[in-house]
Design a protein around this ligand. Sequence first.
Ligand code: FES
Ligand code: FES
Length: 156
Amino acid sequence: MAVITLNVNGAMRSADVHPGTTLLEFLHDYLEVAGAKCGCEEGTCGACTVHLEGKAIRSCMVTAASCKGKRITTIEGLAAGDRLHAVQKAFLAVEAFQCGFCTPGMIMEAAALIAEGKPLTAARVRERMEGHICRCGEYNSIVKAVLQAAQELKRG
Ligand code: FES
Ligand code: FES
């Protein structure tokens, strides 16, 4: 066991964990931060996506120990207080979800993609979101929401 401290959504959080504890387990089981969903646990569904230093990663595929001292943002930390992030607003406006299981991972991936600042097309969004599985088949609405959010952020 070893004490791991991470900056999660702006707060330093610690827990005493086994060396192999994944970041997803650390968030869920030790910190009770459960917005990132646990799907396949083998890196193929994208449901567990969070930001590590601003980059989208699959939290089931990295150990908490490897993220020691780093900045982690989960869906719970994406909004600025009561102000939803543009991607969250667009998902709501377009109704880009049914059951919502894939939604936190989709939103975190999309927010990281838009933050890269490159021009976005539907094809590019599809390519980036390809590794995210939506069992409800909301792919078209998701692409629409991501493009809408990118436009909104561009307008400032
Ligand atoms: S739970 Fe991590 S990619 Fe599926
Ligand atoms: S909205 Fe149900 S899995 Fe995507």
